[in-house]
Design a protein. Sequence first.
Length: 105
Amino acid sequence: MKLFLSAAILTVSMLVFGSTANAQQKRIGMKKAQRIASTRARGLKLKAKELEKEHGKWIYSFEFRNKDGSIREVNVDAYSGNVVGVEREGKKQEAAEERKETKKN
């Protein structure tokens, strides 16, 4: 009887905590992430967007063109929706990054 009760408690615990863990692992989606990123780049034109793994974490990366031609990159955590980085890239940095990406592919 004790063995059955222990097994039942273990099974229920796994179901409850397992489904909670899965719900926390859902990505927020590209559209929602883009709305979040746009709050850090009001009035700027979106140049590129992608889902990528950086430093072991999944992020949505958005590149917006600044009025001076430079790029503002806004990174949004794919699960929490938090903005995890905002960077400004000059034209030289952008060209170097594009060359690096071309070599990768």
